[in-house]
Design a protein around this ligand. Structure first.
Ligand SMILES: C[S@@+](CC[C@H](N)C(=O)[O-])C[C@H]1O[C@@H](n2cnc3c(N)ncnc32)[C@H](O)[C@@H]1O
Length: 300
């Protein structure tokens, strides 16, 4: 059974909109892929700028697609909608070759701000964290059913959490009494596991664990690796890939992949240094503060 699409307003402020569209869009009548259409902000700019461009608009979250469909209704005759994961670009694009692919990674503000999605440690909500609400893997399942060692390893690798071992130990003890069902219960377990002195440093004590769980639930890094190589395979000569990353693990994958392709002679990195948002954008949209944009161009 499919999850019901929430009717709450979908709000997301696009990050680095000017730079993203400037790198992504280069051919007036090109075919483009927005691999993470979200609220449709980047796509809207592209379609307005290029009145004869066509677009594949992909998202694994049906609520995002519903919002983007509404926002981009005026351009619907130029858009092919795909509800799915960008790791399967091959499946969605078939034999189509494209001029540019945009990845604006991670979750949208709309997903983060909806308590029932379970992404945030700010509210008490069911432990979910799925971007695709029809996927069988939830944070509840990982927290309650994976071994102590697997949980510790996940928190260490994807959260860079120095208290990973202790948090995993406390999780396993707590769930032996009763399942950890909500974000609030998990936050309490994390707080109990991290010594008081350490808890006072470096932001909210649950931040790293929540990041790790989100990456794990959605296999974000695996999807990114496959999505990037699928994108390269479908690029026309001169075509471009633009990726906006929000944490160092995904940015490292983007940076290393682009560099490896350059060394293999597949094309060139267009951004010697990542493009970062300026202070004005960060002041207006604090979630932009960790964004890093990189672009690659396939050989012509
Ligand atoms: C940061 S938002 C994109 C916002 C969009 N660029 C805008 O301007 O409104 C990221 C979106 O990508 C989607 N997403 C993340 N990983 C995905 C994946 N592997 N496959 C498909 N969609 C994904 C999320 O569901 C979310 O809606």
């Amino acid at each position: 059974m499919k999850a019901e699409v929430s009717r709450v307003a979908y709000t997301h402020e696009s990050v680095l909109p000017e730079a993203a569209v400037a790198y992504w869009g280069w051919a007036e009548d090109g075919v483009y892929v927005d691999a993470t259409v979200g609220g449709g902000g980047h796509s809207l700019r592209l379609l307005q700028r290029f009145p004869s461009a066509r677009l594949y608009a992909i998202d694994q979250d049906p609520a995002a697609l519903a919002a983007a469909r509404e926002r981009l209704a005026a351009f619907s005759d130029r858009i092919c909608w795909v509800e799915g994961n960008f790791r399967e670009l091959d499946r969605w694009l078939g034999s189509e070759k494209v001029h540019g692919v945009l990845f604006d990674l991670g979750v949208s503000s709309a997903q983060l701000d909806r308590p029932e999605r379970g992404f945030s440690y700010q509210w008490d909500a069911p432990l979910d964290m799925r971007m695709n609400p029809n996927s069988p893997v939830t944070a509840f399942r990982l927290v309650n059913m994976r071994s102590k060692e697997e949980i510790a390893e996940a928190l260490r690798t994807w959260g860079e959490e120095r208290w990973a071992g202790r948090i995993a130990e406390f999780v396993v003890k707590a769930r032996a009494r009763e399942p950890i069902r909500t974000t609030g219960q998990l936050v309490e377990v994390i707080k109990a596991a991290i010594p008081a002195r350490a808890r006072r440093e470096g932001g909210h004590p649950a931040r790293r664990t929540f990041q790790a769980l989100r990456i794990w639930v959605n296999d974000e890094l695996g999807a990114l690796r496959e999505g990037l190589s699928g994108a390269l395979a479908h690029l026309l000569p001169g075509g471009r890939i633009v990726a906006i990353a929000f944490h160092s693990l995904e940015d490292r994958i983007v940076k290393q992949t682009f560099l490896a392709w350059q060394q293999e002679g597949q094309g060139s990195v267009l951004t010697r240094r990542p493009v970062l948002p300026g202070p004005e954008e960060v002041a207006q949209n604090p979630r932009a503060r960790s964004a890093k944009l990189r672009a690659f161009q396939k050989s012509g």
